[in-house]
Ligand binder design. Structure first.
Ligand code: CMP
Length: 141
């Protein structure tokens, strides 16, 4: 990306396990200390319809029903982050899906022992970021 390009955006969810465990500040501070900007932030509870849309690529997978139960089980914090190469940068900060295998130093590696209750969702490409931001923050479109 050239220095003249507008910064990328990523849709991040601080999941219900992080809210229940009092880790919202810890997770947010890692993004802030990295130098990323918070363009939007909302405390919301995902309903079943939003879960099916957000996780459209996973709805047929065996892990989806318990994932949906978990993601709709309580409030979460939805964020739009921006910054240079934010999608890859955030995925690096978050770590591998399975918290048991994620590298130490990452959010999941330091704070999660689960491949479902893994604290954070982050967009995995510019296309998914666009789609997810439109779902969660249509006013930013
Ligand atoms: P996320 O980044 O939100 O994208 C899909 C989510 O599904 C993932 O984080 C995990 O919470 C969950 N997930 C992915 N793979 C598995 C799995 N094998 N078993 C249980 N949950 C999973």
């Amino acid at each position: 990306m050239s220095s003249n390009s507008p910064d990328e955006r990523s849709l991040v969810l601080i999941k219900p396990d992080a809210v229940r465990r009092g880790l919202v500040g810890e997770v947010l501070s890692r993004f802030e200390r990295k130098g990323l900007r918070i363009d939007a932030m909302a405390h919301r509870t995902m309903d079943a319809a939003l879960a099916d849309e957000h996780y459209a690529e996973h709805v047929d997978k065996a892990f989806y029903p318990p994932l949906k139960d978990f993601m709709t089980s309580g409030p979460l914090v939805a964020l739009v982050l921006s910054g240079d190469q934010v999608i890859d940068v955030v995925r690096g900060l978050v770590g591998a899906t399975d918290g048991r295998k994620a590298a130490a130093g990452t959010i999941r590696g330091d704070l999660s022992l689960s491949n479902r209750e893994n604290l954070v969702h982050a967009s995995d490409s510019t296309d998914s970021a666009k789609r997810e931001i439109a779902l969660w923050f249509p006013e930013l479109g």
